[in-house]
Design a protein around this ligand. Structure first.
Ligand code: EPU
Length: 355
């Protein structure tokens, strides 16, 4: 295999920041993964798997291990899906189509294809940059949907067992922007994901921005809407809130929305009566990091040198050429401290720190 040395990582990330990888290789087939893991173990090097690099902040000194660029491609529908027991159970349902996509596929190409087939399930997750393999890792979510709602199985290389394993949705331990792949960091390398999509269904336009969008068009009955219409709406909404990825360095939302106790939320409301909170199934409340940044730090459009927050969305960090990881850490640490000082809530990065 072609394992290259000292490869600058900045061009492989959408933040366009970061020093070199000590070792770097592309994986285009499953057997490459096993071979590269053996190489890393033999040389006592850590592993980092990247897709499109849309959610990582690489340190200026770079990464001293082996970076695997995931480029395994392919998509199979239903019959040929490497279905496990639970997946084949859903395949028996004539309304369900199982789609297995390889980790290196571009996420939005999968979504685009699924809506063009008239399938329900991925439309709310339109226009999210990145690869299919990254979707289960941080359980990508947007506009009222999470990838975990439609993932039935994940195939991965287990670096402890040195074998490929098939994980069910339950095995993946999904929650908000979290999964076993983050909890047991470094153990699994995702190689493909199986999604259960529906031939017939009902779109979900409960998320405020989507509801308002269709209300403006006078289309409030979800039954009359297709996945394609929802995809178009999501693309338009995202376009207004997220920066042009070609123009700015960015990784989308930089922080997670904090989930706090109802009691804690009440105490924040006492100080900031209009602080938005969204109830979680377990009784806790998800509060808006964007709102905190906007209200407390006046973060929209706030720039410090080559680093700042996007003018239309306070949660989205942007960088200009010349930005360093150190400058991002400096800038975001100040925001975290300011919010913690005002509310006692400590924002956590959503973007993964690589060093
Ligand atoms: N808000 C403000 N000021 C702002 C932006 C938002 O006050 O500048 C408030 C508004 O009250 C709004 C609320 O925050 O109703 C939520 O804002 P938005 O709908 O834009 O969602 P978000 O919480 O900022 C999350 C995801 C995004 C996803 C959107 C849409 C996280 C960390 N981020 O953002 O995901 O696209 O919802 O569903 O959960 C990403 O992860 O990279 C990402 C872009």
């Amino acid at each position: 295999m072609d394992i290259r040395e000292n490869i600058p990582l900045a061009p492989y990330t959408t933040l366009k920041i970061g020093g070199p990888a000590r070792f770097f290789a592309s994986a285009t087939k499953e057997s490459d993964i096993a071979e590269l893991v053996r190489f890393a173990k033999k040389n006592r090097r850590r592993l980092l798997v990247i897709g499109e690099g849309t959610n990582i902040l690489v340190a200026d000194v770079g990464f001293s291990g082996l970076v695997i660029k995931m480029e395994i491609k392919g998509r199979r529908v239903s019959a040929s899906a490497s279905a496990s027991a639970s997946a084949s159970a859903s395949a028996a349902d004539p309304e369900t189509v199982l789609v297995e996509a390889s980790a290196g596929e571009i996420w939005d190409e999968l979504v685009d294809w699924s809506v063009s087939e008239g399938l329900y399930g991925l439309e709310n997750l339109s226009a999210i940059p990145g690869t299919v393999g990254a979707a289960p890792i941080q359980n990508i979510g947007a506009y009222g949907a999470d990838a975990s709602n439609v993932i039935t199985n994940v195939r991965a290389f287990d670096t402890s067992k040195m074998a490929f394993v098939d994980l069910s949705n339950e095995d993946c331990r999904f929650s908000y922007r979290d999964s076993i792949f983050k909890q047991k960091k470094g153990r699994y390398i995702v190689t493909s994901v199986i999604f259960a999509l529906k031939k017939r269904g009902r779109v979900n336009i409960e998320y405020r921005d989507l509801k308002e969008y269709f209300k403006r068009l006078g289309k409030t009955d979800p039954v009359a809407l297709t996945p394609k219409m929802v995809r178009e709406a999501v693309i338009e909404i995202r376009w207004g809130k997220l920066p042009d990825w070609k123009k700015w360095g960015t990784a989308g939302s930089f922080f997670k929305n904090p989930i706090i106790s109802a009691k804690r939320y009440e105490s924040i409301k006492a100080k900031y009566p209009d602080a938005p909170g969204f109830p979680e199934p377990d009784g806790r409340v998800k509060i808006s990091a964007a709102w905190l940044l906007d209200r407390i730090c006046k973060a929209k459009g706030l720039m410090e040198g080559n680093v700042g927050m996007y003018e239309n969305q306070a949660l989205v960090l942007v960088t200009k050429p010349g930005a360093t990881a150190a400058a991002v850490v400096d800038f975001t640490t100040k925001l975290i401290e300011q919010i913690e000082h005002e509310t006692t809530v400590k924002l956590e990065a959503e973007v993964e720190w690589v060093n």
